[in-house]
Design a protein. Structure first.
Length: 300
């Protein structure tokens, strides 16, 4: 394997104005910050929500500790950032279909979200972001990794940027949620996660390989191993080496942070510029989370 040496990575310029309502503690030089001073179960003032959104845009993924959320409070907090997505394939709570229960029991081996990905990028309007809340966590393990796709784009070679600039890729629900997909094979018929008798056809769309963030204006690499199936205009076979190279590049340790869950922890990531990976290192232990997902805009 060739050894790749990267130039020193610098953080993008950040707003130096102080936060008035929150204490913000950055996690790494690349992305991630923990926010203190907000009880998100409450109906927060608009200026507090504005600061949370500012932190999300600056740090790409933000974390809260020691929260206590009912499904309604979780849903209501998510709705402060936009309309919520009801997942086509994964069962929501009966009373709150926008709230997805993600559970891995002591006997389960399949780990939902256990590959590097961005959420449901096969939609024409994929998510702005997702808000994940921990109800039960293993004693050891079960962390989540996050990777900045801004840095993934910015550290690509000029030749790769020239090759793929302006091109799109096909994203499909089939590899994960199709009849023989990883989720469908594991959870179909499950009362805890899969929707019963799921006959929804495969969803496909074209997305830019390099996405421009609609709020920050920064470019991000926008392909992922779960849902991107080919470069537009190329066969899957011809696309494979290009996509594999991008997948290898986009989750380099220099681009990542790692979050250790505790009961009551919340992670809110910007799905437009972040990939994430749920680590499957807690066999024989139980983990249960609730997630809401905020719908975004058509990428460009």
């Amino acid at each position: 394997m060739d050894i790749v040496y990267r130039e020193n990575i610098s953080m993008a310029p950040r707003d130096t104005a102080p936060y008035r309502h929150l204490m913000v503690k950055p996690m790494t030089g690349g992305l991630g910050a923990t926010l203190f001073g907000a009880d998100i179960s409450q109906n927060l003032a608009d200026d507090v929500i504005a600061e949370i959104r500012r932190a999300l845009l600056e740090f790409q993924v933000i974390f809260f500790r020691d929260q206590d959320l009912t499904p309604k409070q979780h849903r209501d907090f998510g709705k402060r950032f936009g309309e919520l997505h009801v997942h086509e394939y994964v069962k929501g709570l009966d009373d709150y279909p926008e709230v997805m229960r993600i559970i891995k029991t002591e006997a389960d081996t399949y780990n939902f979200g256990g590959t590097w990905h961005s959420d449901v990028t096969y939609h024409e309007t994929p998510p702005l972001g997702s808000i994940l809340y921990a109800l039960e966590v293993p004693e050891v393990g079960g962390d989540t990794l996050f990777a900045s796709q801004y840095l993934a784009y910015e550290t690509l070679s000029d030749g790769m940027k020239d090759l793929l600039g302006g091109r799109t890729a096909t994203h499909s629900s089939e590899p994960i949620y199709g009849k023989s997909g990883a989720f469908n094979m594991r959870y179909q018929g499950s009362k805890t996660m899969a929707k019963p008798k799921n006959d929804i056809p495969v969803i496909m769309t074209e997305q830019p390989i390099f996405r421009t963030h609609p709020e920050t204006g920064r470019k991000a690499l926008y392909v992922n191993g779960n849902f991107t199936v080919r470069v537009a205009g190329l066969s899957e076979a011809d696309s494979a080496p290009i996509l594999q190279r991008l997948y290898q590049h986009c989750t380099a340790p220099d681009f990542c942070c790692r979050f250790r869950w505790e009961k009551g922890s919340v992670a809110f990531w910007d799905n437009r510029c972040v990939q994430h990976y749920a680590v499957n290192d807690y066999a024989g232990q139980r983990r249960m989370m609730h997630r809401v997902t905020v719908i975004g805009d058509r990428p460009f």
